[in-house]
Design a protein around this ligand. Structure first.
Ligand code: IPE
Ligand code: IPE
Ligand code: MG
Length: 246
């Protein structure tokens, strides 16, 4: 495939994040319930994660459930809570073969016990894998993430473990869920919405943004390659005058 070859000849972003939006609209267009869109969306996550691994991406972060998504009808939330289980069952063999580590970012205290156990189990089982990291942002919100960081840092100051003058951007980064992950190169949002919806507000400071029209269940390999190709044509200057190759 020509496009794939072209993309592989360029710089492959180390860390891609995707706001996987549009499951409901995708299902509605097919006269199906929103939950069907979520099911297809979850299946697509597995495919796109494997495609990213194949291209040499090091980290894929995905926004799967926001701190605000609890406001949705209980039936929809209950269904979304079953998806990590389905996902675990479906990715087992292939993710092991591809050496994919899975981590979760977000609050953990509001999930049913079953989901909390699953997160722990999956993270422990995959922690030594080095092929790619899939970071699933589940009950994730930037306001909560940054607020937690402020509280932890304030506690260090209160306990005399940290001077106020020693609080740097790096210190703040090191208190975020993403502390062990490389800087975000490319953020993709599917489904045409031009907003961040409380996702990665700190992390996107110098990321390239890409908005795709396709709804998440329809976002396929070609769409991913087009996003990376677009990224490869950007000139990242980080406030300077010269382009800096990442
Ligand atoms: C994204 O799809 C999945 C979640 C937010 C859980 P949506 O459910 O937001 O689908 P739309 O945006 O209503 O089409
Ligand atoms: C953002 O999508 C959250 C996820 C994709 C998980 P939403 O559908 O919740 O965002 P809004 O409501 O359109 O801003
Ligand atoms: Mg949405």
């Amino acid at each position: 495939m020509k496009l794939e070859k072209k993309v592989l000849n360029g710089y492959i972003p180390k860390h891609i994040a995707i706001i996987m939006d549009g499951n409901g609209r995708w299902a509605k267009k097919r006269h199906m319930p929103r939950t069907y869109g979520h099911k297809k969306g979850s299946e697509n996550l597995k495919n796109i994660a494997l495609e990213c691994k194949g291209l040499g991406v090091k980290v894929l972060s995905v926004y799967a459930f926001s701190t605000e998504n609890w406001q949705r009808p209980k039936k929809e939330v209950d269904y979304l809570m079953t998806l990590p289980g389905e996902f675990e069952a479906s990715f087992k063999g292939q993710f092991e073969k591809e050496d994919i580590r899975v981590v979760f970012s977000g609050r953990r205290d509001r999930f049913p016990k079953k989901v909390q156990d699953l997160i722990k189990r999956v993270e422990e089982k995959t922690e030594n894998r080095t092929g790619m990291t899939l970071n699933i942002c589940f009950d994730y919100g930037s306001y909560t993430e940054i607020t937690n960081a402020v509280q932890e840092i304030a506690l260090d100051v209160k306990n005399n473990d940290l001077n106020i003058s020693a609080i740097t951007p790096d210190v703040i980064s090191n208190h975020l869920y993403t502390k062990d992950l490389p800087k975000l190169d490319l953020l993709i949002r599917t489904s045409g919405e031009l907003r961040l919806s409380n996702f990665f507000l700190w992390q996107v400071s110098y990321s390239e943004l890409y908005f795709a029209k396709k709804h998440w269940p329809a976002f396929n390999k070609k769409a991913l390659l087009l996003a990376i190709e677009d990224f490869q044509n950007r000139k990242r200057r980080y406030g300077g005058l010269k382009e800096k190759k990442s």
